[in-house]
Design a protein around this ligand. Structure first.
Ligand code: ASP
Length: 438
């Protein structure tokens, strides 16, 4: 029988009503055999996420302050969901045990992981599925990185004994037996890992949005949804900040070409976004898939006659960044110039020492700093090998009166990145969208 892995996010499981919707979705397709859950999220904008409350409990203990008030909120939330669903599941002993461990100084990862653990127990009971604790099948190395070798074997062996199971997202186990979580939003990663090791036909990721949109709806009015996107295109867009799915969730499924389908729990009949293999045949040449961007960059521009004939100059420049633990985004260069574009968060407090080191190392003819830059990536496989795409993009920006400060095209030709002043950021995105989509 085909296997579908379905992951449900925090808002999809925020209340008993949402649990019911999830139950309906799962029972509509017998292929949905492995279910990954997030901890209950917000029921309304002013609500609190269970995960945040659990971290807060841990913080209070660290500060030597009582945390009963917060823990009561957490406990009540689960008890209310269980009661409203009419389940006979008894959670009180579990809650006491968790509270005792947090009070005794359990790690932040342990505390946070209990959000998914408790939610998973409820969902398994509601569905009549087995409960499989990811602490027993998802493993990390001692340095905190994910261990695919050990995990792969454990997932395959264990789930072979459970034709249908709920597996809480977000955490696994370190070699010393301690609980370790993925980064925030990491239940997406758990789902991808399970899909990978059970060789799922599809990894469904159920959220509270219609899928990916072609541009940020806060900038472009009613942007079109993206119905299909390749893993690589998504990487280009995700890296620029279009976060519906956790960045790292792509890698496990991409390895074996398992499609990821982003769907909306509150509108299960909608098309959503299907993320497919990079080899999928292209149907619409000349089109773009999406536009994403990010603000808050600084460019350091260095000019020196004949710099390109100096052996190893780029390496020396990058070594300066490395010594200051700074990663860079782009490095365009000209015949006597080279610049590096760096996110402000990377540069925090380090600009002066970096400039000083560059002056010392290169004795440049000029060294300029351009703050308040933004980058915009226009992405789409349909752009590759298609003449006229760049002309369209730059004409649109020129017509909008925008000065392009930097241009970079990825080697795969599926993206064109432009650097503009922060104040031109929104207008640039709108101009590009209009040129290609409207
Ligand atoms: N509950 C965790 C978080 O809030 C993980 C997740 O929801 O994916 O980050």
């Amino acid at each position: 029988m085909s296997i579908k892995v379905a992951k449900f996010g925090g808002t999809s499981l925020a209340s008993a009503g949402q649990f019911r919707k999830v139950q309906e979705i799962i029972s509509a397709d017998k292929g949905r055999r492995y279910i990954i859950n997030s901890a209950p999220g917000k029921r309304h904008p002013d609500d609190q996420k269970i995960t945040d409350l659990l971290y807060l409990c841990h913080d209070r203990v660290r500060q030597g302050r009582p945390f009963d008030d917060i823990f009561t909120l957490i406990a009540n939330r689960y008890l209310e969901i269980t009661r409203e669903l009419g389940l006979s599941l008894e959670l009180r002993d579990r809650l006491v045990e968790i509270k005792t461990k947090i009070a005794a100084g359990a790690t932040a990862d342990y505390a946070a992981s209990r959000g998914e653990f408790l939610g998973g127990l409820i969902l398994a009971e509601l569905l009549g599925y087995d409960f499989v604790d990811p602490a027993e099948i998802i493993f990390f190395n001692a340095n905190g990185t994910y261990d695919p070798g050990r995990t792969g074997k454990a997932v395959a062996a264990r789930l072979a004994q459970h034709p249908r199971a709920v597996i809480p997202g977000f955490y696994g186990t370190l070699p010393d037996g301690g609980i370790k979580t993925f980064p925030r939003g990491g239940s997406d990663i758990t789902g991808a890992i399970i899909a990978r090791w059970v060789q799922a036909e599809v990894y469904e990721n159920w959220t509270d949005v219609p899928g990916f949109l072609m541009a940020d709806p806060r900038i472009v009015k009613n942007p079109k949804p993206i119905e299909k996107i390749t893993y690589r295109e998504l990487r280009e867009l995700a890296y620029m900040g279009a976060g519906v799915l956790h960045d790292e969730a792509i890698f496990p499924v991409r390895e074996t070409g398992i499609p990821v389908w982003i769907r909306n729990t509150n509108d299960p009949d909608a098309a959503g976004t299907l993320i497919v293999s990079d080899d999928e045949p292209l149907t619409q040449p000349g089109t773009i898939t999406g536009i994403a961007g990010r603000k808050d960059f600084t460019v350091i521009a260095l000019e020196k006659a004949l710099i390109h004939s100096e052996l190893g100059f780029a390496r020396r420049l990058l070594s300066i960044l490395e010594e200051h633990e700074i990663s860079f985004e782009h490095m365009p260069s000209g015949i006597d110039t080279i610049s590096v574009m760096i996110a402000d968060s990377q540069l925090d407090g380090k600009l002066e020492p970096v400039l000083e080191a560059i002056r010392e190392q290169f004795n440049p003819d000029s060294l300029e700093v351009f703050p308040n830059m933004a980058v915009i990536a226009t992405v789409g496989r349909g752009m590759a090998y298609t003449p006229g795409i760049a002309a369209r993009l730059f004409t649109a920006l020129a017509n909008a009166g925008i000065n392009v400060r930097m241009i970079d095209q990825g080697s795969s030709e599926i993206n064109i990145i432009v650097g503009v002043a922060t104040e031109d950021f929104e207008e640039s995105i709108r101009a590009i969208y209009q040129a290609f989509v409207e």
